[in-house]
Unconditional design. Structure first.
Length: 465
C-alpha cells in the first residue's frame, strides 16, 4: 500500500490496534506497533527494520529496540489475535491447518539456524524453520495465521555460549515439529477457537504421536498420510494378522476393490475444475502396543493423472459425507496462500534480527498485520456482494457460511460411544454433486451403512461431532 492508502485506513487500523493496548506497558512502545505494522503494510520492496523505520519516519534504532529490548507481552499479542478470531470469525466448520516454512539465512549466528530442506530456496539450505497454525473458514474465503513458533533443531544448539549469544531461553529444549503443532492447537483451544477440523500434510500424518495428540485434544482431523502407512481394512482378530500398506490395501483389499472410483469436484482453479475420484473404507492401525481404530481411510486420485494418488486418514463420524472429508483433506491451500501473502506482502522472511525473542516477536506482529488485511478483505468482499453468502470453495453452488454437513458440537465425554462407521457399502454409488448440503442428523440408516463396532477407539470418543 502507498502512504495515502494506509492513511485512508488509519481510523480502521487505530480501532483494530486498540484491542492490543494492554500488551504494552507504555504508550511509546504501543506506538511502535503501529509503526511496524504500517511498514509491513507499505509497498516497500524489503520490509526489514531499517527501511520500515525510514518509511515511518522514526529512527531505525527505535524499531530495533522495539523487537529486541522493549518490555511488552508478545504472548498476549498472539493470544489476542486468537481471541479476536474466536469472537468475530469462528465458525462451526472452521479449519485449523498446520504447516511449516523455511527462511534462508546466512551464517550461523541467527537463532535456530541450521541446514535443512528449505521450500523458499528449493534445496537443502541454511535456514530458520518456523511452525505455523492457520485458521480458515470452511470455504477458505477467510484465512489468517493464528500461531507461529521457531523450531529449535535437535543438534547444533547445545552449546550454552552459542545459545546465550542467540538469546535462546534456557528452558527451551528441542521439540519435534509435530509437538510444537500440538501445543499450538492446544493454545487455540484455550483461547476459544474450537474448529470443526484440523488438517496437516503427510509428514505430520505419519506421526502416531501427532494423531494421538489430536485425539487427546478432542479434535476431529483429516490428515494426509504416506502410501506406506501400515494397517487393516478389517478389524483384526489378532495383532499378528498381516497388515498391508495403504497403497496396496486401496488396490487389493476386498473392501476397496469392490468399490467404483467415484468422481468428486474438489474446487475450481484458474486452470479449470479440479476433479478427483475416491474410494473409502474403515481402517485400523497398530499404535502404542495395541490396535486402534476404526478410522476413515480415503484414497483420491487425479482423473487427469491416475498415477497421482493421495491417501487421507480421518476420525470423522460415519454420517459425514465423503465429499466433505475430501473437501477438508484438500483444504491445505489456505495456509499456503497465507504464508505466500505474509512473505510477499508483509516481509515475513525479511527479518535481519538474530536473537530468538526478536524473531519470535516479528513472527507474531506479522500475524497481527495479516489479520488486519484478512478482516479488510472480508469487509470489502461482503460490501461488494451486498452481504450475500459467498460460494464455497470448489462448489458450483452457493451455500451458507457455516455448512451443515456435521455440526462441531461440544466435546464428548469418554463414556459416550458412537456406532456409525465410515466405510461405504460395496453397492454402486452415483457420483455426488458437490456440496451435499445435508446435516448428519438427516442421514437415515439406509443411506449410511452401519456396523456393530464403534467408529472410534475408546481413547478418541471425545472427538467433537
Amino acid at each position: 500500500m502507498t502512504k495515502a492508502q494506509i492513511q485512508a485506513l488509519g481510523p480502521a487500523l487505530s480501532r483494530y490496534l486498540g484491542a492490543f493496548e494492554d500488551c504494552f506497558a507504555h504508550p511509546d512502545t504501543r506506538d511502535h506497533l503501529r509503526h511496524y505494522i504500517s511498514g509491513q503494510l507499505s509497498n516497500l520492496p524489503r520490509k526489514s527494520v531499517e527501511p520500515m523505520a525510514h518509511w515511518a519516519e522514526v529512527p531505525p534504532r527505535t524499531l530495533q529496540e522495539f523487537l529486541s529490548l522493549s518490555q511488552w507481552d508478545d504472548d498476549r499479542l498472539r493470544d489476542r489475535v486468537q481471541q479476536i478470531v474466536a469472537r468475530e470469525h469462528a465458525e462451526a466448520q472452521g479449519i485449523l491447518i498446520v504447516d511449516e516454512s523455511g527462511h534462508p539465512k546466512k551464517g550461523n549466528k541467527t537463532a535456530c539456524v541450521h541446514r535443512e530442506y528449505c521450500g523458499a530456496s528449493g534445496k537443502i539450505d541454511n535456514c530458520v524453520m518456523s511452525v505455523h497454525l492457520c485458521y480458515a473458514s470452511f470455504d477458505g474465503q477467510f484465512r489468517t495465521m493464528i500461531d507461529s513458533d521457531l523450531y529449535l533443531p535437535e543438534k547444533g544448539w547445545n552449546d550454552q555460549a552459542r545459545r546465550r549469544e542467540a538469546g535462546i531461553p534456557e528452558a527451551l529444549v528441542y521439540r519435534p515439529k509435530y509437538q510444537i503443532a500440538l501445543e499450538q492447537v492446544q493454545r487455540a483451544k484455550d483461547n476459544g477457537i474450537c474448529p470443526g477440523w484440523v488438517v496437516a500434510d503427510e509428514w505430520y500424518g505419519q506421526k502416531p504421536a501427532f494423531i494421538a495428540g489430536l485425539e487427546a485434544l478432542a479434535r476431529r482431523f483429516v490428515l494426509e498420510i504416506p502410501k506406506n502407512v501400515m494397517g487393516w481394512t478389517r478389524e483384526p482378530k489378532s495383532p499378528d494378522t498381516p497388515r498391508g500398506q495403504v497403497r496396496n490395501l486401496v488396490r487389493w483389499s476386498k473392501e476397496m476393490r469392490d468399490q467404483e472410483w467415484i468422481k468428486f469436484h474438489i474446487k475450481d482453479t484458474g486452470m479449470g475444475p479440479m476433479v478427483w475420484e475416491a474410494r473409502a473404507a474403515s481402517f485400523w492401525m497398530w499404535r502404542e502396543g495395541r490396535v486402534v481404530g476404526p478410522y476413515w481411510l480415503l484414497a483420491a486420485r487425479d482423473v487427469l493423472d491416475p498415477q497421482t494418488i493421495k491417501y487421507f486418514l480421518s476420525n470423522a463420524s460415519g454420517g459425514v459425507p465423503e465429499e466433505v472429508i475430501l473437501h477438508v483433506g484438500f483444504a491445505r491451500w489456505p495456509v499456503e496462500r497465507t504464508l505466500e501473502d505474509e512473505k510477499s506482502e508483509l516481509g515475513l522472511s525479511h527479518f535481519e534480527v538474530r536473537k530468538y525473542p526478536a524473531i519470535l516477536r516479528h513472527l507474531r506482529i506479522t500475524q497481527v498485520s495479516h489479520l488486519f488485511l484478512a478482516r479488510q478483505t472480508r469487509r470489502l468482499r461482503e460490501k461488494k456482494s451486498g452481504g450475500d453468502h459467498l460460494p464455497g470453495a470448489g462448489c458450483g453452488q452457493r451455500h451458507a457460511r457455516r455448512p451443515d454437513a456435521e455440526p462441531a458440537g461440544p466435546d464428548l465425554s469418554p463414556d459416550q460411544s458412537r456406532q456409525d462407521h465410515p466405510r461405504h457399502s460395496s453397492q454402486k454409488r452415483q457420483s455426488p454433486r458437490l456440496p451435499r448440503q445435508r446435516s448428519s442428523e438427516t442421514i437415515t440408516p439406509s443411506e449410511s451403512p452401519r456396523r456393530d463396532t464403534p467408529l472410534l477407539h475408546s481413547a478418541a470418543e471425545r472427538i467433537a461431532l
